[in-house]
Design a protein around this ligand. Structure first.
Ligand code: GLN
Length: 258
């Protein structure tokens, strides 16, 4: 039986800061390389797409203006996003997209852009933009995974009590530059500030999301390794450079530490 993965790409033109669309390409490629068929469904504003048809939905980041433009369309999709999440669809949203999955984003000019509240977080712009390379850690199947990314946001995101952060910041600002948290997760919905594109820099995270998306079809797939020699070399390089910039010793990169 050929497996098939359907990826929904929300607002590919408006939310694509730092080529966040690369996340879709990585999911697509890494699934195809394992012989999994992939269908990428592009969802622009006003497109009639039932997101329950998608195993995974990806949304990138955007500038305040672009976020305002998509916010209204997203409100119309709110119930459908909730239905998709209830059906087991995995959602990955980056930066501006992450903010819109929360309750609201109050911009520096005082405009309050409404989100759809599938994550119990809210965002308020601060004076200082949080810009730079980030190193964070998240849990993947009980193992600590080092995650690399790049952040550039004015918004400070705060998690409501009971909301789980997705990652812990090792270097960088993450959600708000204050509490050491990065991103948020609720069930199969994941939000993060990390551009990169995130999944290009973090192949194990990409595979983990593919496995989660396949589980929705009742498939427990043990994805074969792809070698990832170049990806690992790039990650080692990133870790070294970040450590050099900090004047610190290079930390261990990868999985294995509990
Ligand atoms: N416009 C938002 C902010 O500045 C999100 C930016 C982004 O997606 N990188 O906080």
């Amino acid at each position: 039986m050929t497996l098939k993965l359907t990826i929904g790409h929300l607002y590919p033109d408006l939310l694509d800061l730092y080529s966040d669309r690369g996340n879709v390409m990585i999911l697509e490629k890494r699934a195809r390389w394992r012989g999994i068929e992939v269908d990428v469904v592009r969802v622009d504003a006003a497109d009639a797409v039932d997101l329950r048809s998608c195993d995974v939905v990806v949304m990138g980041g955007g500038m305040d203006r672009e976020q305002s433009l998509v916010a209204r369309d997203l409100q119309v999709r709110r119930t459908n996003v909730e239905q998709a999440v209830a059906s087991g669809t995995v959602v990955l949203a980056i930066c501006g997209g992450y903010q819109l999955l929360g309750e609201y984003f109050e911009t520096g000019s005082g405009e309050r852009i409404p989100g759809i509240g599938v994550l119990d977080v809210y965002t308020v712009a601060g004076e200082r933009r949080m810009v730079g390379n980030v190193m964070a850690e998240c849990d993947l199947d009980g193992q600590t995974e080092t995650v690399f990314g790049y952040e550039n946001h004015s918004g400070r995101t705060y998690l409501r009590p009971g909301t789980e952060p997705w990652m812990r910041v090792v270097r960088g600002d993450g959600n708000n530059g204050g509490d050491g948290t990065e991103g948020a997760r609720k069930g199969r919905v994941f939000g993060t500030y990390l551009h990169g594109p995130l999944l290009a820099k973090n192949p194990r995270l990409a595979d983990w999301l593919i496995r989660l998306a396949l589980e929705r079809q009742g498939v427990q797939e043990r994805l074969d390794g792809l070698g990832d020699r170049w990806e690992e070399a790039a990650r080692e390089h990133l870790a070294r450079r970040m450590a050099e910039l900090d004047g610190m010793e290079s930390p261990h990169v990868g999985t294995g530490k509990k």
